[in-house]
Write a protein that binds this ligand. Structure first.
Ligand code: FES
Length: 208
């Protein structure tokens, strides 16, 4: 939520509570993906950049594909007009989300060859690039975890430099994550996204 809305909730709770109740009730028959796609459109219509980034992330998390998001924007042309669609597309390009790259649009999920397992040391984190994505890979005695470098808040590509010991802190709004568990330990409320993985012929494979 924006600082402005947080302020209004604090100083006018009796006025703002019905507003939020209305929003919740209005969408209660819609599945989460549809609700978030509609919110993406409303944020583009109002041209609130943070809101757009936030609901875009939520729509992706609820299973919307890049093609569905682009379709939703184009379908809303009568309300948005070309200028606002271009405004949203500029932000999409700046975010550089792998799924939106022209060569990856519509790509089916598949296994990707990440690295030889022997190059991953116990108790250490490796920052790797694989087929257009950046990954944080944590290996412990018992387990391997493969994390998307994209922040679960607004899809920021968290850089390697953001890792201090076992804590990874997104530079955008300082959500902090425990790299051993993926859990968010400061500021935010969602864990890092983990990719399914397997070891085959001594190589770490990840699925996205
Ligand atoms: S994008 Fe907001 S904390 Fe990462």
């Amino acid at each position: 939520m924006s600082d402005a809305l947080n302020y209004l909730v604090k100083v006018r709770p009796e006025a703002m509570a019905p507003y939020f109740k209305f929003l919740k009730e209005a969408g209660k028959h819609l599945d989460p993906k549809t609700r978030n796609l509609i919110s993406v459109i409303t944020k583009v219509h109002a041209q609130t950049e943070n809101g757009f980034r936030q609901y875009l992330t939520r729509a992706l998390r609820e299973g919307a594909t890049a093609n569905e998001i682009l379709d939703a924007l184009l379908m809303a042309f009568p309300a948005l007009g070309l200028a606002k669609i271009v405004w949203a597309t500029d932000i999409l390009l700046e975010m550089d989300i792998p799924e939106f790259r022209p060569d990856l649009l519509g790509a089916l999920a598949d296994w990707h060859d990440v690295a030889p397992v022997e190059e991953l040391n116990d108790g250490e984190v490796s920052y790797l690039e694989c087929d257009g994505r950046n990954l944080f890979v944590y290996r412990s005695e018992a387990n391997i975890r493969v994390y998307d470098s994209r922040c679960p808040h607004q899809v920021t590509n968290i850089p390697h430099l953001a890792l201090h010991g076992n804590q990874l802190t997104c530079p955008k709004h300082n959500w902090a994550f425990d790299i051993a568990s993926g859990e968010c330990v400061e500021k935010g409320d969602r864990p890092l996204h983990q990719f399914q993985h397997k070891v085959e012929n001594g190589r770490l494979m990840a699925y996205w």
